[in-house]
Write a protein that binds this ligand. Structure first.
Ligand code: NAP
Length: 527
C-alpha cells in the first residue's frame, strides 16, 4: 500500500513510519498510509524566503494567470479526482462534483478578480484624504501582501474546495502557502497537490503540502504570517491560544461550527413554487455530502400552522433518500456514508444530545443494512429529522441551539411567524455562516435583513419570483462572504476582493499631495 508524504522545501519528502491509515468509508478497505513530516521550521522559512518574493514580483494580473493555469490543469484530471473523492470520501458523484468543481470554480473566480486589479502589485484602497483644510498633507490607504507564509489547516469534509479555495485567495494576494488537509480524507488533497507540483505553474516555494498532523508547524509562525483554519471550535480555540500565535500576534482566521437556520415565512403556503423550493432545499441541505457541510441546515423554523405539511413533505423526501443510501459507487445510490468511524460515533452521540429537547420524527440512528454494503461495514447513518415544541424552540439553552451534529440531521422548530420569535431563535445559535428566508412578505424580509444579518455571514432571501432560479443555501459562491460571527469562528473568507484582506497589510501612506500622487499613481492625490 502506498504511503502519502508531504511536499516541502521543493521536494516530496521520504516516507517515514506511517502515522495513519486511510480507508474507504463505505467498505472500510484500506487505501493508503500517511507519513507525517517533522522539523517544519525550515518549510515555513522556505515559503517565506523563496515563495514570497517570487509571488510579490508578479502583478495581480500575472498571479491571476497562475490561478487560471491551475484551474485548467485540475480540469484535465477532473474524472480521476471525482472517482477518488467517491472512494476516499464517501461522496456520491454529485457530492464529489460539489467539492472538485467548487475548487476549480474558486480558481476561475479569483482569476477574474485579478483582471480587475491589473498590473500593479498593490491595491490602492481609497482616495487621498486631506488631514486639515489648509494643509497639503494627505493620507491614502494601500494594501500590500504580507511578507510571511499563509498556513492553511483544513477540515475533512472538503479536501479539494477547502485546500484550493484558501490557496487561490492567498496566492492572488501574493502570499506563499503551506496547506495541511485533515488527515482522514487527505488522499484527494494529496493527489491535487501532486498535480499542482507536476504542472510547475507556480513559482518555487509558493505552494507546500503537509500530510499528516500539524506537528510543530505552529511553533514557527511569526508576525507576518497568516493562519486560516477550518474545523471544529475546539481545535480553533487551541490554534488561537497557541503560544507562538499569541506571542507574535499572528493573524488568525477561524471557520468553525455553525447551526445554520432557515426561516419559512409566515405567508408561505403549500402549493407554491416557494414552498416546494423550501422543502427541496431542506432535503438537499440535510443529505448533500451526507450532511457534512459547514453550511448545511441544522434548524428549520416553521410557522406553527404549516408544521404538519412541512414535516410530511420533508419526511417523505428523506425517507426516499434513506432508501438509496449506501456505497456511492453503486448505481442508484444518492447518499453515501459519513467520512470516518469517528464521525459516525460523534453523530450518534450528537443525536442523543438533541433528543433531550426534541423528538425524532423521521429516521433511525441505529439502522443497519445499506445499498451495496457488506454487513456491518461502513460508517452509515440515514437522514434523521427531529422536532421540538414552540416553547422549547425559544429556549436558548436547548441542545439544537448548541450542538452541531455534523451529519444528515436537522430539527424542525415551530414558531409563531413573527420576526421577533424568528430572530430570537437565530440569535440562540450564537453566530452562523448562513440563514435563509422563504417569504413574499416584504415587511418580514426587510425586518429579517435588519434583525438577522448581524448574527450571520450570509443571508439568502428567496421569494416566489426567484424560486425557479434559486440555489440551495449551502452553496458558497466565491463572490460572497464565507464566515460568520461567534460560534462560526468569527472568520471571513472569499467574498471577491474582500477575501484578499486576510493576506494583505493595509497601510496608511501619509505625505504631501504631489508626492502621494507620484508614488501611488492610479488615483489623483492632488485633489
Ligand atoms: P478538526 O478535528 O478540528 O480538524 C480540523 C483540522 O485541524 C484538521 O486538519 C486537523 O488535522 C487539524 N488539527 C487538529 N488538531 C490540531 C492542532 N492541535 N493544531 C493544528 N491543527 C490541528 O475538525 P474536522 O473534524 O476536520 O472538521 C469538522 C468540523 O469542521 C465541524 O465542526 C464543522 O462545523 C467544521 N467546519 C467548518 C467549516 C466552515 O467553513 N465554517 C467548514 C467545514 C467544516 P488532523 O486531521 O491531522 O487531526
Amino acid at each position: 500500500m502506498r504511503t502519502l508524504t508531504s511536499h516541502l522545501l521543493g521536494a516530496w519528502q521520504p516516507a517515514g513510519a506511517p502515522s495513519a491509515t486511510l480507508v474507504n468509508p463505505a467498505t472500510e478497505e484500506p487505501l493508503a498510509n500517511v507519513s507525517r513530516a517533522s522539523d517544519l521550521g525550515k518549510a515555513v522559512a522556505y515559503g517565506r524566503e523563496v515563495g514570497g518574493p517570487a509571488l510579490r514580483a508578479l502583478s495581480f494580473k500575472a498571479r491571476g494567470e497562475l490561478l487560471s493555469g491551475l484551474s485548467k490543469v485540475l480540469y484535465a484530471h477532473r474524472e480521476e479526482l471525482l472517482d477518488l473523492a467517491m472512494v476516499s470520501g464517501g461522496c456520491t458523484r454529485g457530492d464529489a462534483k460539489f467539492d472538485v468543481d467548487g475548487a476549480m470554480g474558486v480558481l476561475a473566480a479569483y482569476a477574474q478578480v485579478a483582471e480587475g486589479l491589473g498590473e500593479q502589485p498593490w491595491i490602492i484602497d481609497d482616495e487621498p484624504a486631506s488631514v486639515f483644510r489648509t494643509s497639503k498633507v494627505r493620507v491614502q490607504h494601500v494594501s500590500l501582501p504580507r511578507h510571511g507564509i499563509a498556513v492553511h489547516i483544513n477540515a475533512f469534509n472538503f479536501p479539494a474546495w477547502g485546500m484550493i479555495g484558501k490557496a487561490a485567495v492567498a496566492l492572488l494576494a501574493g502570499m506563499p502557502v503551506i496547506s495541511k488537509p485533515a488527515t482522514s480524507t487527505c488522499l484527494l488533497a494529496h493527489r491535487i497537490a501532486e498535480i499542482i507540483v507536476d504542472a510547475k505553474i507556480l513559482p518555487e516555494g509558493a505552494f507546500q503540502f503537509l500530510a499528516g498532523s500539524a506537528g510543530d508547524l505552529l511553533d514557527h509562525v511569526g508576525p507576518q504570517d497568516v493562519i486560516a483554519f477550518t474545523g471544529s471550535a475546539a481545535t480553533g480555540a487551541k490554534i488561537r491560544g497557541h503560544a507562538a500565535v499569541l506571542a507574535n500576534n499572528v493573524r488568525v482566521n477561524i471557520e468553525a461550527d455553525s447551526l445554520n437556520a432557515v426561516v419559512l415565512g409566515p405567508d408561505l403556503e403549500r402549493g407554491t413554487e416557494l414552498f416546494d423550493l423550501a422543502i427541496r432545499d431542506a432535503i438537499t441541505e440535510l443529505t448533500q455530502k451526507t450532511g457534512q457541510k459547514c453550511t448545511a441546515t441544522r434548524r428549520i423554523l416553521v410557522p406553527e400552522g404549516l408544521l404538519e405539511g412541512v414535516r410530511e413533505a420533508i419526511g417523505e423526501g428523506l425517507a426516499r433518500r434513506a432508501s438509496v443510501t449506501g456505497d456511492p459507487t453503486v448505481k442508484g445510490v444518492k447518499m453515501g456514508p459519513l467520512a470516518s468511524a469517528q464521525q459516525l460515533a460523534d453523530a450518534r452521540e450528537g443525536i442523543r444530545a438533541l433528543q433531550a429537547d426534541a423528538t425524532i420524527v423521521q429516521g433511525d440512528p441505529a439502522r443497519e443494512g445499506f445499498e451495496g454494503v457488506s454487513e456491518g461495514k461502513g460508517y452509515f447513518l440515514e437522514p434523521i429529522l427531529l422536532e421540538a415544541t414552540s416553547e422549547a424552540a425559544l429556549r436558548a439553552d436547548a441542545a439544537f441551539h448548541r450542538v452541531e451534529v455534523f451529519a444528515p440531521v436537522a430539527t424542525l422548530l415551530p414558531y409563531d411567524g413573527s420576526i421577533g420569535a424568528a430572530a430570537a431563535i437565530i440569535r440562540a445559535g450564537e453566530g452562523s455562516l448562513v440563514s435563509t428566508v422563504y417569504s413574499d412578505d416584504r415587511k418580514f424580509t426587510a425586518a429579517a435583513v435588519a434583525e438577522l444579518s448581524p448574527h450571520l455571514g450570509r443571508l439568502v432571501i428567496n421569494d416566489e419570483k426567484n424560486a425557479g432560479g434559486a440555489f440551495s443555501p449551502g452553496c458558497v459562491f466565491p463572490q460572497g462572504n464565507h464566515g460568520g460571527p461567534g460560534r462560526a469562528g468569527c472568520g471571513a473568507e472569499l467574498g471577491g476582493t474582500f477575501g484578499l484582506d486576510l493576506y494583505m497589510q493595509r497601510t496608511a501612506i501619509q505625505g504631501g499631495a504631489s508626492q502621494l500622487a507620484r508614488l501611488l499613481g492610479r488615483r489623483s492625490a492632488a485633489s
